[in-house]
Design a protein around this ligand. Sequence first.
Ligand code: F6P
Length: 545
Amino acid sequence: MRARQGHLLSEWRALAAHAREMKSASLRGLFGSDHGRAGRMSLEAAGLYLDYSKHIATDETLRLLWALAEARGLRSETARMFGGEKINATEKRPVLHVALRERRDVGITVDGKDVMPGVRGVLAKMAAFSGAVRSGEWKGASGRRIRNVVNIGIGGSDLGPAMAYEALKPFSDRSLTVRFVSNVDGTHISEAIRDLDPAETLFVVASKTFTTQETMTNAETARDWVLRAFADRKAVARHFVAVSTNAKEVAAFGIDASNMFEFWDWVGGRYSMCSAIGLPVMIAIGADNFGMMLDGFHAMDRHFAEAPLERNMPVILGMLGVWYSNFLGAETHAVLAYDQYLARFAAHLQQVDMESNGKQTSRDGRRVKWNTGPVVWGEPGTNGQHAFYQLIHQGTRLVPADFIGFCRSRNPVGDHHDKLMSNFFAQTEALAFGKTKEEVVAEGVRRKDAPHRVFDGNRPTSTILADELTPFTLGALVALYEHKVFVQGVIWNIFSFDQWGVQLGKTLAGRILKELQSGDIVLDHDGSTAALLRRYLERRRKAPG
Ligand code: F6P
């Protein structure tokens, strides 16, 4: 982390020195000597309660982290984002997902034009359309009502809405079947449509660019399937709508302009679930519930923009992530949601975080000399406890983790929820405080067997506890992580809103596809790739078995 003169920022150096002092700190010790710790290191915002006391951090650690955030200009960078400045510098675009959920009657100007009338107009169009699908007023080409909605998209045009649909299932119209197809593997679309009737199926083709290979291939397959049933191109207008920024390509595909839901280049794909990309979610849960989800996003946006750094939830999570990544050697970050409805939450966060902060070049074009975005991963609890928690408890790596849980279940069957939550609380306690050799021996374990059963503890966790998983809570939760990622991008001095790293593979795949289609390997591949291609070409012709 360098200041202008090429020296490490003094705030960075202070944290490095403090990290050396903290090597001997333990959570047992920190809690033992400070009874006010849990009360002080917790806060509530937008319906979420965060306890961050189980972190290897003291008041001094936090003071140094806030100082680093100030030195990196976090406050002014945040204001620049909310103000619509072109902070996505490599693509010369503003970053305005916060405008998509701006619920107040205010304007936000980009290049001298207020974007809010457009945002509100598209939301109104989405509401009218989803209402028509839900009521049966929107009919397929044969006059039958729509019973199945299939979203075709990938990355940000899939993960956010797929996650939200799963999370908000209790709020959805259960008479509608909603599916998400992303993979170019023909298995995905085949399995998604095999038991559906084209006469009752609506496809939402979601692609910011409308040129993404996977999405366009799946959309063409879906269009062929519909046309096989109707043999009339006019059927496309009743069975396909598009969500895109690219009106020209949408028209070229054959989708009527009136069936296109627009969004804008100042919305990043992975930050687009509040835009028209959320259309399948709105069809499933209705415009009112979708609006409540936007309210939750907005509440967290306001908290992030207005709360002081030291009482600011995304800043706290972001700076603690910096502390572990850059000063205590953590390589990964686990997100462990104790709610089956959040099964796809970690997958969505992976894109939000890793596509944003998986960068090696600083804003001034030089190679960074510090670690940037961590590997983000996770599974819903309690499943992970029976799979990978062993490593978190007793492995050699430091894995900071977020535990997300709810006080009330949407499915209060028997004592399931108390059992779920007893695990939730027990895990963070065990991770923090462990079990000493003396405690193990006192339980009657032979001294020589004891080392295998010792838990060192000192495994840091954040606990996010909300009353219930509702559209509002989900919005607040997603916005919390979006802003956390923003905070870290500012600290690491990288551009969080482009994704040039995905280009090379795409270009190479395009060239290799031509070779596979012609059966001729003409490019100068490395030995390994050439041999693999030859084997594929030779064997793909052979009948199975
Ligand atoms: O290849 C990565 C990416 O560009 C993501 O950033 C994006 O969310 C995804 O592809 C899909 O892009 P599109 O919405 O343009 O189809």
